[in-house]
Design a binder for this molecule. Structure first.
Ligand SMILES: [Zn+2]
Length: 224
């Protein structure tokens, strides 16, 4: 508990969950934690299954890491976890967390922000990551970052609760929290990604371009 920067987070894929190194690289890219923090996969990371009761409600059985700086990622549709009722939980005294991920139906950004949210709970040691819509400091930060007359900023300021689950604002809010609590760490440089990931990125971009343009090209081709 209390504020503590942990620069190296290990993700434990639970059960049949599989996250490749490249998938994780894309997830990190989508959520954009600062470069000085690393997330890596620890397939052998230890965890226990625990029955979770919160305020008299049964949250089912959650995988809970046994070592600080670890976060379990599990698919609630498999492994008889029961009705887990939440997308993520953090145990702030132990610096561990757990969150759900439904591969195939959730984007890199969704799971990235979910992991990042729990990591921030652990590092800041409070419920502040849940308070985006009640944070005057965040509105000031939005104005400083995007301008006082920016439409996207003004619509948030007018009715924050409407955007409680908006990933666009969440991503900026988490950046604000890191800069607020861990300014020096937020500015530290990181490692460069492996070259093969950058090459894969290029193929993905080319693939997306082809998917968008192939139809157009074949139509042109037929015309001749
Ligand atoms: Zn939370």
């Amino acid at each position: 508990m209390g504020k503590n920067w942990i620069s190296d987070w290990k993700i434990i894929p639970v059960g049949s969950m599989s996250i490749t190194g490249y998938r994780l690289y894309r997830i990190i890219g989508a959520a954009s934690p600062p470069p000085g923090i690393t997330w890596s996969i620890d397939p052998d990371g230890e965890y226990e299954r625990k029955r979770i009761m919160i305020g008299g409600s049964d949250y089912g059985e959650w995988p809970v890491p046994t070592t600080p700086g670890h976060i379990c990622v599990f698919d609630p549709r498999s492994g008889s976890f029961g009705d887990v009722r939440a997308s993520g939980l953090g145990w702030l005294y132990d610096d561990v967390a757990s969150c759900v991920y439904r591969p195939g139906s959730e984007s890199d950004l969704s799971i990235g922000l979910r992991i990042w949210h729990e990591v921030l709970h652990c590092m800041i040691g409070t419920g502040e990551p849940d308070e985006m819509t009640q944070s005057p400091g965040f509105v000031t930060y939005l104005k400083e970052s995007f301008g006082t007359e920016d439409a996207w900023v003004l619509q948030f300021e007018a009715d924050p609760s409407r955007y409680a689950h908006d990933s666009g604002y969440q991503k900026v809010f988490y950046k604000y929290l890191v800069e607020k609590h861990f300014w020096d760490e937020a500015c530290a440089p990181g490692k460069r990604p492996p070259l093969q990931y950058l090459v894969l990125d290029m193929f993905h971009a080319l693939d997306a371009w082809l998917a968008a343009n192939l139809k157009k090209l074949t139509m042109v081709g037929r015309g001749h």
